[in-house]
Design a binder for this molecule. Structure first.
Ligand code: WT7
Length: 644
């Protein structure tokens, strides 16, 4: 059994690291006992155009409204207001290209760029409520685009630039995007990723987009469709065009971010303005306690919620200086992160367990090549961190003096929900535990029947109270919002994870309780992969599931049944993998594709993925009483053995 599997299934020891720094208990109690006062004060972290009438409207659960009738503009809060202070000439971003190129942009510079793009968007007819899809690599135009769209009251949907054409098309359709902002290409491991080409393919499958703005990043030749495609540098005049920020209601949408669920269609998580902005800015302060002059580096991709909340909105609202890195963490060498920390004297590094495990494999030699002494706090996010990786990070990167802030949260939660709170009283740390809830978060661990379990027992984690950063709804699907998240436990928010609370009240997150995979911290739906396989003309049946992986957390395993007429076709496996790469994107490509003659099904014809997985992993298949009589588990086992 790998150490990681142990972490997920067994409660680790009580071993503690790092001295405690005060007690967060009082702040936490205040947030639960006096929420109105607490959140009224927390909301002053923003500049509001109009103060809210009420902190929380709970009259129509689960459609909660925070800061009712409060008006604000988040882009104003992230950019304009710093111009009135000493921060005007402060660096907002220190951007590092994969090729080592550097760009430093001040708050004043960010203001100019955001206004110029907002002006261009308005001239192209984008207005409040319109949807703009952003498909950009990690370049400065990415935050600029998000802030420009928010400035004019439109809603952006950022699609991670690692997604393939069908995945992009599905999101364009669901969001009814009027415009796409993309680049000719992006750099990854020294190679060009053809972003514009992928958009061209996606637009062949959709009909809502009237314009595509294309940033020139790589300079390689791309096709531009007349009347539809426009170069960024042609449409964005680099003068100074002021655009008045549009006053938004606290509960108006700010963005839609698609995430995987347990059914085929990705869920369009909608975040609002007021509650979300209050939440991300405060949680960053509570958890990491950054100082005015700290250099903050959230080494995630901006296309995921981590980047939205903690590269763009929270640090900018707080007026911090962020490092933003374009490329791969192992390019050109596995010391890339450490080199950047030394060069830019980074104070806080926030990355993922997968990144730590990847870099750990290359050994201590690489961090030792660099001066990491400016670091004072470390963070992780995306999946449970196993104690061995935690300790390696603590000792070799943090020199046994930096607390590790293990932040547990989700796309839906907007920001951290369980994390050690350096800013309001750090508890002693236990490697592998995200420790205690953030203010306002009221978790409970339940059994299948909704009964609270005893400490030390594993159950489903749910939340008894709404919090300001929680998502507003799912795009086009309020019923699914209600049924997926609030029905299982009678109105409590259920997030799909297993957890244990130990006898000292520490929370240990144990991974997904549903059929969602966590591959390198990315959340992928098994059904999305199966759908893509089945939509290939060669495939009759498919089952996908995750297998524990020492570096990536999970790897993707698929079993397929090939239609008779294609049986024996050479290169079938590589054809299928290539197709998934093109349609869904490289992160979805299965690590293993096994071809079998039959898959276990229920009598009603439903493929029993759980049985395939259990047999594959050598576990007990559980209840197989509904298994179709003609297929026995032994037969499957033999089939699997043959193809292993
Ligand atoms: C799922 C959410 C949170 C932003 C990035 C991922 C898992 C996330 C942790 C953590 C244990 C974690 C959960 C959660 N997860 N952080 N610190 N410890 N598990 O966002 O794609 O919405 O995924 O990631 O399973 O439900 P996401």
């Amino acid at each position: 059994m790998t150490e990681r599997t142990e972490n997920r299934e067994v409660l680790p020891t009580e071993e503690k690291y790092h001295p405690s720094m005060g007690s967060f208990e009082k702040t936490y109690r205040d947030s639960i006992d006096h929420p109105d006062e607490f959140w009224s004060k927390a909301a002053t972290i923003l500049d509001w155009d109009r103060r809210w009438d009420r902190v929380l409207d709970e009259s129509n659960p689960p459609f909660y409204k925070w800061f009712v009738n409060g008006k604000l503009n988040v882009s104003y809060n992230a950019v304009d207001r710093h111009l009135l202070s000493h921060r005007r000439n402060k660096a907002a971003f220190i951007w590092v290209g994969e090729n080592g190129e550097e760009k430093i942009i001040t708050y004043d510079g960010l203001y100019r760029r955001v206004n110029n793009l907002a002006f261009a968007l308005q001239n192209l007819g984008i207005k409040k409520g319109d949807r703009v899809l952003i498909y950009l690599p990690m370049i400065l135009e990415a935050p600029v685009a998000m802030l420009a769209v928010a400035r004019i009251g439109a809603t952006f949907s950022f699609v991670f630039a690692g997604f393939g054409a069908s995945a992009v098309a599905e999101r364009i359709e669901d969001a009814k995007a009027k415009m796409v902002i993309t680049a000719d290409g992006g750099y990854r491991n020294g190679k060009i990723v053809e972003l514009k080409k992928i958009i061209d393919e996606a637009l062949e499958q959709t009909s809502t987009v009237s314009n595509v703005i294309v940033v020139r990043r790589t300079g390689h030749s791309v096709s531009m469709q007349e009347d539809r495609d426009i170069w960024y540098h042609d449409v964005v005049r680099d003068g100074m065009n002021y655009v008045k920020p549009v006053e938004m209601d606290s509960s108006d949408p700010l963005y839609i971010l698609y995430t995987s669920g347990t059914t085929g269609k990705p869920k369009g998580v909608i975040h609002g303005n007021g509650g979300y902005a209050v939440w991300v800015a405060n949680t960053l302060k509570w958890a990491f306690n950054p100082n005015e002059d700290d250099r903050w580096w959230c080494a995630a991709d901006i296309g995921w919620v981590t980047g939205h909340s903690y590269i763009v909105f929270a640090p900018l609202i707080l007026g911090l200086t962020s490092v933003m890195y374009e490329g791969s963490i192992t390019y050109p060498e596995p010391d890339r992160l450490w080199e950047i920390i030394e060069r830019y004297r980074v104070n806080i590094l926030y990355t993922s367990p997968t990144a730590i495990r990847t870099l750990m494999r290359f050994g201590e030699k690489y961090p030792k090549m660099h001066d990491l002494s400016t670091l004072k706090t470390l963070g992780t996010v995306g999946e449970p961190i196993n104690p061995a990786a935690w300790k390696w990070y603590y000792e070799n990167i943090g020199n046994s003096k930096c607390p590790i802030i293990d932040t547990y949260w989700q796309t839906e939660t907007g920001g951290f929900v369980i994390a050690p709170a350096l800013g309001i009283g750090l508890p002693p740390l236990k490697p592998g535990s995200a420790t205690f809830p953030m203010p306002g978060i009221d978790p409970v661990i339940l059994d299948e029947n909704g009964k609270e379990v005893k400490s030390g027992e594993k159950g489903f984690i749910a939340y008894r109270k709404p919090w300001p950063g929680m998502f507003l709804t799912l795009n086009n699907d309020p019923d699914r919002f209600k049924s997926v998240y609030f029905e299982k436990f009678n109105g409590k928010y259920y997030c799909g994870d297993y957890a244990v609370k130990d006898n000292e009240g520490y929370y240990w997150l144990l991974g997904r309780a549903d059929e969602v995979l966590k591959v390198s911290g990315h959340r992928l739906g098994t059904i999305e992969i199966e759908d893509a396989l089945i939509s290939s003309r060669e495939v009759a049946e498919a089952a996908a599931f995750g297998k524990p992986d020492e570096t990536k957390g999970e790897s993707i395993v698929t079993f397929v049944v090939i239609k008779d007429e294609f049986k024996g076709t050479p290169e079938m496996i590589s054809t299928l993998r290539k197709r998934i790469r093109e349609e869904l994107g490289p992160i979805y490509v299965p690590d293993e594709v096994h071809i079998v003659n039959t898959l276990p099904k229920t009598r009603s014809g439903k493929i029993m993925r759980r049985v395939v997985k259990a047999v594959f992993l050598g576990q007990l298949p559980g209840d197989i009483s509904t298994l179709e009589s003609s297929v026995s588990v032994d037969e499957i086992r033999t089939a699997i053995e043959t193809f292993k």
